[in-house]
Design a protein around this ligand. Sequence first.
Ligand code: NAP
Length: 247
Amino acid sequence: MAEREERIGRLHRQVAIVTGGASGIGRAIVERFAEEGAIVYCLDLEVAVHEPPPRVRVRQADVSRASDWTAVVEEAMDDYGRVDVLVNNAGIGTWETATELSEETWQRVIDVHQKGSWLGLREVLPKMVAQGGGSVINMSSICGLVARPEAFAYHAAKGALTSMTRNAAVTYAPSAVRVNAIAPGFIVTPLTNVQDAAINDEFIARTPLGHAGSPLDIANGALYLASHESRFVTGITLAIDGGYLAQ
Ligand code: NAP
C-alpha cells in the first residue's frame, strides 16, 4: 500500500497555484509539486518560452493586480473545479533603511508581498471553503521574525505575512482550510545572487549549519505543508534556515 501511495504522488490530482514560479524558490516548488502529481498554475511577471514540465500551466500575472488573480482562479475552476493549494511566493528584494526608502519602493514592496498575498487569499479562500478544505502557504522570511540591519520595507512586508498567516489560519480552520508560512534562511537564488556578496557571506557566517540553503530545501517544506501529511498543522511559520532562528 505504501509503495502504491509513493507511486501516485503526494499531491496526486491536487490543483495548485504558485506565484513567482518562474525563478528560484517558486520554480523549485512548481517542479516538486508537479513531480508529486499536482496540476500547477505557475504565475510570474515574465513567463519562460521553453516547454513547461507536464501538468504545469504557465501564466503571466502580476500578483498585485486583482484582475490577474480573478482570471487565473476562474481558469482553474473552469478546468478542474477546485483549487487545493495556494503558494504566495512572489517577491522582490530591497535593501534601503527606513530613512533611505522612497514612497515608490515602499509601495511596490508592500504591493507585491503583502497586498499580492492578500489578493490571492481573497480569490482562493472562498473556493477552498466551498470545496471543503485546502492549504495555503505564504512565503515569509527569517526577516519576518527577527531583524537584521537595513531592508526596512522587506521586514515590514514579511512580518505582516506571518501575522496574516495566523489570522487566516484561525479564521478558516472551521472550514478545514489550513494556512501556514515558511521562513527561509539564506537560499541561493537569482534574488540573492544579485545582492552584495558581503551580505550573503554574513548570512552564511551567521547560519549554524554553515552553508546556504537550496530552493529544493524550501520546496520540500512547501510539499509537506501542501500535502495531507500536515493535516493537523495550521498557523505556523516553518523555519527552513540552517538553524539561523535557533540562536
Ligand atoms: P526570485 O528568484 O527573484 O523569484 C521571485 C519571482 O517572483 C521572480 O520570478 C519575480 O519576477 C517574481 N515576481 C516579482 N514580483 C512579482 C509580481 N508582482 N507578480 C508575479 N511575480 C512576481 O526570488 P527567490 O529568492 O526565489 O524568492 C522567492 C520568495 O522567497 C520571495 O518571497 C522572497 O522574499 C522569499 N525569500 C527568499 C529568500 C532567499 O534567500 N532567496 C529568503 C527568505 C525569503 P522578476 O524576476 O521579474 O522580478
